[in-house]
Design a protein around this ligand. Sequence first.
Ligand SMILES: [Zn+2]
Ligand SMILES: [Zn+2]
Length: 394
Amino acid sequence: MEAKKEENSTQEKTLFDAIAQEDLTEFKNILAQYKGSVDMLDENGMTALQHAAYKGNKDMVQLLLDRGADVNTGQHEYNYTALHFGALSGNSEVCKLLLDAGAKPTATNTVGRSAAQMAAFVGNHHTVATINNFVPRSEIAYYSVPQGQQSEPHLPAFLVDPLHKFVLGVNVHPVRLALNIQHIPGLLENADKCSKVLEMLCKKEMTRGGDTNEVMAFKYHYLSYVLREIHNIKDKKPSSDKEDKKHDIVEVFSKKLLKPGKDGVSLDLMDTFLKDCVREFPYRECTTFHQMVSSLTSKDPPPALTVINCTINGQRGFVDAIPYCSTCGEEKPAKKCSKCKSVQYCDRECQRLHWFVHKKACNRESSAPTSTATGKANIDVQELSSELQNLVAG
Ligand SMILES: [Zn+2]
Ligand SMILES: [Zn+2]
């Protein structure tokens, strides 16, 4: 009995060491031999999961969760939870795993800060957004079961995961949402059903009583609004080849939003589309709605997209320092236009959708002397132009 105890404690120490050194092989070996509870504490009252989360080590976090590690346990002297540590690590994937496993995002440490607040404090904005945008899968799955007199549920079971994935998205740029709708299997074909379920989720969120999350309610409304618009475009399109049609719908939607205004710069169509969405939010008494309206009707109003993004993802500093995809607003895109090197895109798809806006500016920019060293992977615009001749002609 005593010998067994001793063996366990040696293994525990080695396990904590392996996490500290991020030695995954050693960690796996010890974990396979170790028979005790993985919720054991070290001398500081921290669990192995908390250490792994603090390291931002996704593999170790996953392995501990697979072994049944409790996400909400631990006796850290300042009441930090595993999610607090994950938030400090800045690894959004780790936070997502912890949240999926039931970590409570509202838990606060001894100075009253939640995990998202700690992440904001150290500047991990993507992590803040990941935590604030999190919704348990069960919230969506609820609608895949017939309620009361229903013979059919509102949401077919196969759409639970696609819709959940869509809801968790952090980038709320409408073109990114449209691309997500195109890429996540099942969403485009069932845009109408999904849109209706999101409106129900919005209503449910606003009628929760004390736990109402106005921001999440607005996000549901916003996602529903975009899905409905996509559905309307889909309805109007004559049926043709399925893949082609998928492409077309996102193309029509994006062109409508990205089209430059009369002065060639302002995005009035996108702005109108988004303002209409805010206007249609049914809960006009809530603080979130009032804040959005007052900022949209202020003397020098920011673009509606900025207002919506700030509402859903929170304020953030240094916005200008981060490069964005010119099409979908994704941060730190991987590619640049090869010709002018002055705009950035996630990939060819984003460049293709933006070409009808960018082509004039691109010709102007590229005739001016530019620096050639970029270090970025470039997209060959020459190739793109010929490929797009038919598309851009219209
Ligand atoms: Zn993009
Ligand atoms: Zn260009």
